[in-house]
Design a protein around this ligand. Structure first.
Ligand code: FES
Length: 105
């Protein structure tokens, strides 16, 4: 089995508490969330239309899309509120020495 490849995505301090930022990592448009000090990562583009989730509203573990207010659970990308029906891709995260690493696979 191959080892997980971890990609350095950001400094932990870059991801504000209880907020979301957009970040291009390895050419991918990603959203990084800080929920009570725990960081989560998903694709940034909503699965419903052309909207970036980093411009949405984070409440607890839910990100609300800025365009039609669909919601996803940032922990696993699952849709939690219409009109979104398709999950968004989420990525494993680890924090080491103040850096945020993602397994982009
Ligand atoms: Fe995100 Fe429609 S584009 S809910």
């Amino acid at each position: 089995m191959s080892e997980i490849q971890w990609t350095d995505a950001a400094s932990f301090d870059e991801v504000p508490a209880d907020d979301v930022i957009g970040k291009i990592v390895d050419g991918r448009d990603l959203a990084l969330y800080n929920v009570e000090g725990e960081v989560f990562a998903t694709d940034n583009l909503c699965t419903h239309g052309h909207a970036r989730l980093c411009e949405g509203f984070l409440e607890g573990h839910e990100i609300e899309c800025p365009l039609h207010q669909g919601k996803f659970d940032v922990r696993n990308g699952a849709p939690t509120c219409a009109p979104v029906t398709e999950a968004i891709r989420s990525y494993p995260v680890k924090i080491e020495a103040g850096r945020v690493y993602l397994a982009l696979g």
